[in-house]
Each structure stands twice: as structure tokens, then as C-alpha cells.
Design a protein around this ligand. Structure first.
Ligand SMILES: NC(=O)c1ccc[n+]([C@@H]2O[C@H](COP(=O)([O-])OP(=O)(O)OC[C@H]3O[C@@H](n4cnc5c(N)ncnc54)[C@H](O)[C@@H]3O)[C@@H](O)[C@H]2O)c1
Length: 348
């Protein structure tokens, strides 16, 4: 079965070249950023081809990616012998079709989060990968590679602060498009905290509730902010403040509370300014500078075929829990989360 090529292994159609030629579908903000990293910051990879329904956008990214080919059709890109693996960074609704096509072509695929917008679509993808028989899918939950989160997890796993009890997450963006449905705060933004909570504790989320204060007058009608309260299998509580019109900048931080101490993940950078009675630290305008290193490490890991990134099951579980959170938001009631029995994991 085809899996991601191991480091140093030649691409099947590369005539002996060790460089993996990545096809990128969707060359908007994320696709362009991934193309830049694959071209200049990740070893052993090049951008072999791109596709976007906006051909001009695809052409611009191709020109900045060492002359990658611009494909007129996404399925031709996926099936092309000169494309070793595919990165999907098109809009959420397109993910299922493209991931399924990659699985059917037997090509490794890194799909930006979410794996698909509905748990049903994610389940179809899981089934297709299981039928293929070996792991092809990685989901772009890049926080698993963020040095801050990995240090936090190492402290937790080493028992530095004892058994975990709670975690407080904060996730703020300066502004969102007016009229965004409240559910989008969960499915687009808080889904990162759903995944990182599962990953940190190695446990599933079994109950969710969503509380909303009066909406911010700056939120253009969106139910913003929101407070998600998640309970894991062993009874750890995770709260997630998600506030996408927080005005002042982009910020992600958290504090783990355990029996022997706490671990705080603060917003980088470590450099701060003290002047005129203020102690200030610059905040980015969006997520890209904050998670730049995480994206680079995620891509390098994927290209190396190490398979430490989120699996199709992780993508399914995050979307499944997100759906329960949306139901909790809509109903105002707590929801029990009953994930189906985990399918046997496909081998790497
Ligand atoms: N991991 C993260 O931190 C992170 C951050 C932001 C966005 N995302 C995800 O990345 C994906 C892209 O987000 P973005 O912010 O770059 O959005 P974007 O709108 O900037 O880019 C999406 C691109 O997809 C293209 N597109 C639309 N329909 C298409 C189709 N049928 N086939 C091919 N291309 C198509 C659009 O023309 C556009 O260029 C989304 O799934 C989003 O949820 C992940």
C-alpha cells in the first residue's frame, strides 16, 4: 500500500529524486502560506502543482513556488503521476470530495481542519481510509506541533504538576465578518481547542455545554463571545472562551490546573517593552505569526512521513464534538457526547 514516503525515499515517479512533489488544492490564505513554507522552509519537498477555482490566485502562488504547474482541474492534479502527495486548503465544504479522491488515488493527504464540516462526511472518509488499509490522512490541527503546547504536554506527561483537574483556554481574534453564525465560532475556531484538549489528556470529551453572555455590540449580530465547558472521560473540565471580535489582537493561551501546580501557556513573543509607565507585549493581528513554527513543524513532519499529526479519527472526533457543542448552543442545554466505537486504527 502507498504511504507517505519515508525520509530519503525516492518519489515513485520522480526518477530517483528524493523531493516529494506536493499538489496544493486551494491557494487562499492557508494554501499560499503552506506553499511558501514548502518552498522555502521545509526540506525534502517542493510544490509540484496547484489548483484553485480562482485561477489567478493559483497562478500567483505557482509563480512564487518555483514554477509549480497550475492545474485546470483538481482531480487531474490528484491523479497526476508527478504529484506525490496532496495538501488540501480549499474551503471546508470541499474537503470531503478531495480527501476521498486522494484516498482512492492512494496518495497521502494533509487536509486543513476541519476534516469535513459534518461528522457524517468524516465517517465516510474514515471508512474509505480503512478500506484502503493504511494511513493516508493527516488533519491540519497544527497546535499539536506548537512548541508551547508540546512543552505543556511534556510537563503534564512527566507528572511535573500531578494529575490534571481543569484547563482554561482563551482564544480571541480581533474581528470577524459581520453576521457570522454563532456555530462558526465552534466549528471554525474552538475546534482547535476541542482537538488540543483530546490530545493533551489522551481522553475523549463526553459532555459539553455552551454558555453565552449578552453578545458584544461589536459582533454584528453574532453570538460572540461564547464559553464552552467540556468534560472528559475521567472528569477533567476544560473551559474555552472563544471571542472572535475581541478588537485588540489575536491571542491564544491556556492554563492547566493540576493537583500539584499549574502550567500556563502564554502568548509569545517573550520580548516585551517597558516604557512610560507601561509594560507591553506586541500581539499579532491573526493566527499566522502566532503559529508560524507550528505550521512549519507540521509540514516537515508530514513530508518526513512521521505520522505524528492528527489522524482521520482525530478529525472525525473533533467534528463530532463540535456538532454536540452546536446543539448545546442552539438548545441551551448540556449535551452528552457518545462517540461511536473507535474503528481499528489503520497502520501507518
Ligand atoms: N489550521 C489553521 O489554523 C487554519 C486557519 C485558517 C483556516 N484554516 C482552514 O484552511 C482552509 C482554507 O482557509 P483559508 O483561510 O485559506 O480560506 P481562503 O478563503 O483564504 O482560501 C480558500 C481558497 O479555496 C478556494 N476554493 C473554494 N472552492 C474551491 C474548490 N471547490 N476547489 C478548489 N479551491 C476552492 C478559494 O478560491 C480560496 O482561494 C479552510 O478549510 C479553513 O477552515 C485552517
Amino acid at each position: 500500500m502507498t504511504t507517505m514516503l519515508e525520509p530519503g525515499q525516492a518519489g515513485a515517479a520522480s526518477g530517483g529524486s528524493a523531493v516529494k512533489r506536493i499538489g496544493i488544492i486551494g491557494t487562499g490564505i492557508m494554501g499560499a502560506d503552506h506553499a511558501r513554507l514548502l518552498t522555502g522552509a521545509v526540506s525534502g519537498a517542493s510544490v509540484g502543482g496547484v489548483f484553485d477555482v480562482d485561477a489567478d490566485r493559483a497562478g500567483g502562488v505557482a509563480a512564487r513556488s518555483g514554477g509549480a504547474r497550475v492545474f485546470a482541474d483538481p482531480h487531474t492534479l490528484i491523479d497526476d503521476d508527478d504529484i506525490d502527495a496532496v495538501l488540501i486548503a480549499s474551503s471546508d465544504a470541499t474537503h470531503e470530495e478531495y480527501v476521498l479522491a486522494c484516498v482512492s488515488a492512494g496518495k497521502p493527504v494533509l487536509c486543513e481542519k476541519p476534516l469535513a464540516p459534518s461528522a457524517g462526511a468524516c465517517a465516510r472518509i474514515l471508512e474509505a481510509e480503512a478500506a484502503h488499509g493504511s494511513r493516508l490522512i493527516t488533519v491540519g490541527f497544527m497546535r499539536r506541533f506548537d512548541p508551547g503546547y508540546t512543552a505543556l504536554k511534556a510537563m503534564l506527561d512527566d507528572g511535573a504538576v500531578g494529575a490534571p483537574l481543569m484547563i482554561h483556554h482563551v482564544h480571541r481574534n480581533p474581528a470577524a465578518v459581520p453576521g457570522l453564525p454563532g456555530s462558526a465560532l465552534i466549528t471554525n475556531s474552538a475546534v482547535h481547542e476541542l482537538d488540543i484538549t483530546r490530545w493533551l489528556f489522551g481522553e475523549e470529551i463526553v459532555e459539553v455545554a455552551v454558555h453565552t453572555p449578552r453578545p458584544s455590540t461589536r459582533a454584528g449580530g453574532t453570538r460572540d463571545p461564547q464559553l464552552l465547558v467540556l468534560t472528559t472521560e475521567s472528569g477533567i473540565l476544560a473551559d474555552v472562551e472563544i471571542f472572535v471580535n475581541a478588537r485588540y489582537g489575536y491571542e491564544v493561551r491556556c492554563e492547566l490546573v493540576a493537583e500539584e501546580g499549574t502550567v500556563t501557556l502564554d502568548a509569545p513573543p517573550p520580548t516585551s517593552l517597558r516604557r512610560g509607565g507601561l509594560h507591553a507585549r506586541e500581539l499579532p493581528a491573526d493566527w499566522r505569526p502566532r503559529f508560524a513554527e507550528a505550521y512549519r513543524l507540521e509540514l516537515q513532519d508530514w513530508v518526513d512521513g512521521t505520522h505524528r499529526g492528527a489522524s482521520a479519527w482525530d478529525g472525525f472526533a473533533a467534528t463530532f464534538v463540535a456538532e454536540a457543542c452546536v446543539a448545546a448552543l442552539d438548545s441551551g442545554e448540556r449535551r452528552t457526547v457518545r462517540l461511536p466505537d473507535r474503528a481499528p486504527p489503520v497502520s501507518a
